[in-house]
Design a protein around this ligand. Sequence first.
Ligand SMILES: Nc1ncnc2c1ncn2[C@@H]1O[C@H](COP(=O)(O)OP(=O)(O)OP(=O)(O)O)[C@@H](O)[C@H]1O
Length: 262
Amino acid sequence: MSQRTLQIKALTVETQRQGQRVKLVDNLSLSVERGKVLALVGPSGSGKSLTCAASLDVLPPGTWRKAGVISIDGEVRSPSSLRGREVAVILQNPRSAFNPVRTMCSHAYETLHAIGADLPGWQERAAMAMIAAGLSEPQRIFDLYPFEMSGGMLQRMMIALALMSEAPFLFADEPTTDLDLIVQRDILDLLERLKQERGLGILLVTHDMGVVARLAEQVAVIDSGRIVEAAAVSDLFLRPVHPTTRQLIDAHLSLYGMEWAA
Ligand SMILES: Nc1ncnc2c1ncn2[C@@H]1O[C@H](COP(=O)(O)OP(=O)(O)OP(=O)(O)O)[C@@H](O)[C@H]1O
């Protein structure tokens, strides 16, 4: 494992509202290690997705990165150079991430072409990634269009596209949100296996504390663009300090009919 740690330092993202500059992400720092999952949790609109987007230079129009440095093992990197090479991405709602008029084969080619890996044998590389992501019949799936696949299959395909790049880090933004419970469990199992077998370093964006408990070692809690608490998962569940953390855990416990032990 050559690259070990991806660091986001002092990231600030701004927008303009009624003539005023507003910070959407405020001086945020995170560290993602190979073979580990760091969960970035927080309420809706707290800045989770913008943190990922700013780190890869794909911010939406009307927002910009005001400050912040991304480095791998201490070497400063331009965010756009990381995308698809050092950092692969999977998103929620896989259906909207695919071009409806292109087959899976075409998507695989495009992914490999974008990183200069569209070399002879690219189809075998694509097929191996698809098998690793749990798509056991890659030759059949190559010919399918998105509308011919279930949400779970599409999420596996998105993970396969991420694996094709052989990037050491993965940003997974709400990867299970729109999937049914059984598929959610399968996708979380798959991410866990990829973390262990490939040593992927995963930044897992979620507001679901169940997903955090299942997959992450470390958690950073974000509220209004700022990290308000960071801890190992077990410590965070046992001794949450910040009110936002307590709210997230309370909501999770009440959803599943449980209460605090003390
Ligand atoms: N293009 C944009 N222009 C202006 N403000 C934006 C833009 N995109 C997002 N925002 C604002 O930035 C803040 C953070 O948004 P972000 O999408 O990062 O939140 P999030 O934590 O990922 O939320 P969710 O869990 O709902 O996906 C929100 O207040 C949102 O309204």
